[in-house]
Ligand binder design. Structure first.
Ligand SMILES: NC(=O)c1ccc[n+]([C@@H]2O[C@H](COP(=O)([O-])OP(=O)(O)OC[C@H]3O[C@@H](n4cnc5c(N)ncnc54)[C@H](O)[C@@H]3O)[C@@H](O)[C@H]2O)c1
Ligand SMILES: [Zn+2]
Ligand SMILES: [Zn+2]
Length: 347
């Protein structure tokens, strides 16, 4: 079968590899779509970062590895002992390997497992015609959710988990910094949670324009509008009930802290590439805080799938498709800012 194999920095080969089969407790999936994520770009241009160069403690996987952790497809084989999943089921995959034993796992927060691994980084992933996963990673898609949307459940679950960590309620005011796939996902999640008053801050005109057909009504350019002044005006000086940083840069974090209302949280979801100085005085003066958000749990997956089934997600204008053979060209387009989310079609 064909697969996009990562062998090291700037080395991804679309090549023939052995087709996997489902062992006990495993499920084989024919991949319909696999999204390219910023993490894949980091591996390609600056890696290996997350891809291990020695066997991963949970998966045993290491370089070289087939990329792809955002995918959906159709079950073609189930291993011994797998119940409730059958050949022909349309599924999306929650690509997390966890140890079940460390303190976060035991507390139910397996998204911050001390040994966490990802299918498509620490084990061969979904940028291939077929991939084999653990049965517990499988989420069935209802008829109303297409395989295309199914491949977006992973990044949308990252965003949904972050949105929930802001402790928002219907009627609240929220601000999202960055309108990449994660920022857009936070916008969808907030709307799904009943938060209608959402301001999106994004310097790229193309990305600001992409949000309008989705229904975003307050999208500002931080280069011409001061976000904190804008939010103070919108809230009568109260400040935002939740702020999300999906940009990962100093100006966004600085502006975000100034937008926060008292006793409220800024949720840091970006993977910060470098440390930078920020003043915590804005937090002190409002007794507000900053919390991180990592991945998702199956609860977030179920919530996103349900919102998708209710028609609350729209791919218009920000999602496009490419063939597996063109995956490197896809990396280049994303890297150059010429696309926002690309779904690879392996078959
Ligand atoms: N925590 C997690 O579990 C998790 C999972 C996946 C991705 N991420 C991270 O989330 C972040 C967002 O992901 P993405 O795929 O949407 O990235 P992206 O690079 O596509 O989007 C970031 C956006 O921020 C915008 N931006 C730049 N400066 C800004 C500013 N001053 N104010 C507002 N916006 C600004 C950029 O123009 C860009 O559109 C990345 O750092 C990614 O690594 C985190
Ligand atoms: Zn990802
Ligand atoms: Zn663990």
């Amino acid at each position: 079968m064909r697969a996009a194999v990562f062998r090291g920095r700037k080395e991804v080969a679309v090549t023939d590899v052995e087709e996997p089969t489902a062992g006990p407790g495993q499920v084989k999936v024919a991949v319909a779509y696999n999204g390219i994520c910023g993490t894949d770009l980091h591996e390609y241009y600056a890696g290996p970062i997350f891809v291990p160069t020695a066997p991963h403690p949970l998966t045993g996987g290491q370089l070289p590895v087939t990329l792809g952790h955002e995918f959906a497809g159709t079950v073609t084989e189930v291993g011994d002992g797998v119940e409730q999943i059958a050949e022909g089921d349309r599924v999306t995959i929650e690509p997390v390997y966890r140890c079940d034993q460390c303190p976060p796992c035991r507390a139910g927060h397996y998204n911050v497992c001390q040994q966490i691994g990802f299918h498509g980084l620490m084990a061969d992933g979904g940028m291939a015609q077929y991939t084999v996963v653990e049965a517990r990673m499988v989420h069935k898609l209802p008829d109303a959710v297409s395989l295309e949307l199914g491949a977006l459940v992973e990044p949308m679950a990252v965003a949904y988990h972050a949105a929930r960590r802001g402790n928002v309620d219907a009627g609240d005011t929220a601000v999202v910094f960055g309108a990449g796939p994660i920022g857009i996902g936070i916008w969808f999640a907030l709307r799904g949670l009943g938060v209608e008053d959402v301001t999106v801050v994004e310097p790229s005109q193309v990305r600001r324009d992409a949000l309008v057909p989705l229904g975003a009504t307050d999208v500002i350019d931080p280069e011409t509008t001061d976000p904190a002044e804008h939010i103070a005006e919108r809230t009568g000086g109260r400040g935002a009930d939740a702020v999300y940083d999906a940009a990962g840069v100093q100006p966004a974090v600085e502006a975000g802290l100034r937008c926060l209302g008292s006793h409220r949280q800024m949720i840091a979801v970006a993977i910060y590439e470098a440390p930078f100085p920020v003043s915590l005085l804005d937090l002190v003066l409002r007794e507000s805080g900053v919390s991180g958000s990592l991945c998702y749990t199956s609860e977030d997956y179920r919530a996103v799938i349900e919102l998708m089934a209710r028609g609350r997600y729209d791919t218009t204008g920000w999602v496009s498709h490419i063939q597996l053979d063109d995956v490197i060209e896809g990396f280049e387009r994303l890297h150059a800012g010429k696309a926002m989310k690309l779904l690879v079609e392996p078959s």
